[in-house]
Ligand binder design. Structure first.
Ligand code: 5GP
Ligand code: MN
Length: 364
């Protein structure tokens, strides 16, 4: 993966990092492994600097329990639950770093607060991301859609920052907690190195992380072998009862209502990875999973009166983009082969929208 940072961006971000004493790191809604890994990876490195900056991570809502083991994950502020302290922290920051999202909309109501803080206090910000089309809100932007994960970008940036002779305060090696978090993000955003994973440099990075002491077998076990019995039964139910296959279009579709989720004691993260499963069927190249979510109080103004938000997840293989479908039909976007969107309305209407439109977008 070719990903050469601009010298001026490295210098500008290093200057900000070396001189800030209250850093806040933000990452996206329903944090996944890369959101957790990129934010915590950077957090641990910053905490190890001799300047001892105060560092806080704020996320819009809860992360799945299979990331609870990640060092210091319990200190992450959840904007929907710890609204007052998260707001105070953000308002008092002297540097904001955003990882693994490309536009304030992707962090919901927290994004509105971010824009307001930037607007009123002129707090400088750095964006570290690998999604297409970054919005224009950060002072220094590291946007590299060719990177398989934001965590890998964090690794590469730390390597460069820590080698700058002009910034001795940043000359700090990667600590084991930082390396472990970065590895977690690289592992999860490539499906344990099974897609976007043909870059030899990525394995050189993995080699370095293992040399630092990362126990990759432990990380795998913590993330992928840590589901609840309820989640396992939910997956079984979805695949047996709910999966529809459209052979002509090589597509699979699964929908899940709140009632069904309730039946399986649904917890954050319980449907993680479900959208990938139909792709294991020979000849299936498209997969869509839609799920009924509650509209959070902070999102009510976005919902046009709807109490329900439908979360859409899509996956595809090869040269079959699903981000255009998500963009056009579900106001979303994402990567060519992994995208998503949102729809404020009923599950039935969202399903109908999918059914009406997929033949126009999918290849037979
Ligand atoms: P997931 O299916 O894992 O939730 O999301 C896969 C990818 O789709 C994410 O990495 C992100 O790039 C994109 N994505 C998911 N939801 C949305 C959304 O609501 N809006 C946009 N623009 N992208 C999304
Ligand atoms: Mn990511």
């Amino acid at each position: 993966m070719k990903c050469v940072f601009k010298e001026s961006d490295i210098a500008a971000s290093a200057q900000l990092l070396a001189t800030s004493s209250k850093v806040v790191i933000l990452t996206h809604m329903s944090p996944d492994g890369d959101a957790m890994g990129s934010s915590l990876g950077l957090y641990h490195w910053l905490k190890s600097l001799p300047t001892s900056p105060q560092v806080n991570i704020v996320v819009p809502n809860a992360f799945p329990s299979f990331f609870n083991w990640m060092p210091d994950s319990q200190s992450i502020l959840l904007f929907d639950k710890d609204t007052t302290s998260a707001t105070d922290t953000l308002q008092n920051a002297d540097l904001i770093v955003c990882t693994d999202f490309n536009e304030p909309k992707r962090i919901g109501a927290l994004g509105e607060l971010l824009l307001q803080v930037i607007d009123t206090t002129h707090t400088p910000s750095i964006l570290i991301d690998h999604h297409l089309h970054p919005a224009d809100f950060a002072q220094v932007v590291f946007s590299y859609p060719q990177s398989p994960s934001a965590s890998e970008l964090v690794y590469r940036l730390i390597r460069q920052w820590s080698a700058l002779p002009d910034f001795p305060a940043l000359n700090q090696h990667l600590s084991l907690p930082s390396a472990t978090c970065i590895y977690t993000g690289m592992m999860t955003d490539t499906g344990n190195f099974s897609f976007n994973s043909n870059h030899s440099e990525m394995y050189e990075i993995v080699g370095d992380l293992v040399r630092i002491g990362v126990d990759k077998d432990y990380v795998y076990d913590q993330v992928f072998n840590a589901y609840s019995e309820d989640r396992m039964r939910l997956i079984g139910y979805c695949l047996y009862k709910k999966m529809q296959i459209f052979h002509e279009y090589h597509a699979a579709f699964i929908s899940l209502s709140r009632k069904e989720m309730y039946k399986f004691n649904f917890r954050a993260g319980d449907s993680e990875g479900l959208v990938n499963m139909p792709m294991q069927i020979k000849g299936i190249y498209y997969s869509c999973f839609i799920r009924e979510d509650k509209v959070l109080p902070a999102e009510r103004h976005l919902a046009n009166g709807s109490k329900i938000k439908i979360k859409i997840s899509m996956r595809s293989k090869g040269d079959r983009p699903v981000n255009t479908f998500c963009h056009d039909i579900f106001s979303g976007g994402g990567h060519k082969n992994a995208s998503g969107g949102e729809y404020y309305g009923s599950l039935e209407n969202a399903t109908n929208l999918f059914m009406q439109n997929y033949p126009k977008y999918f290849n037979k």
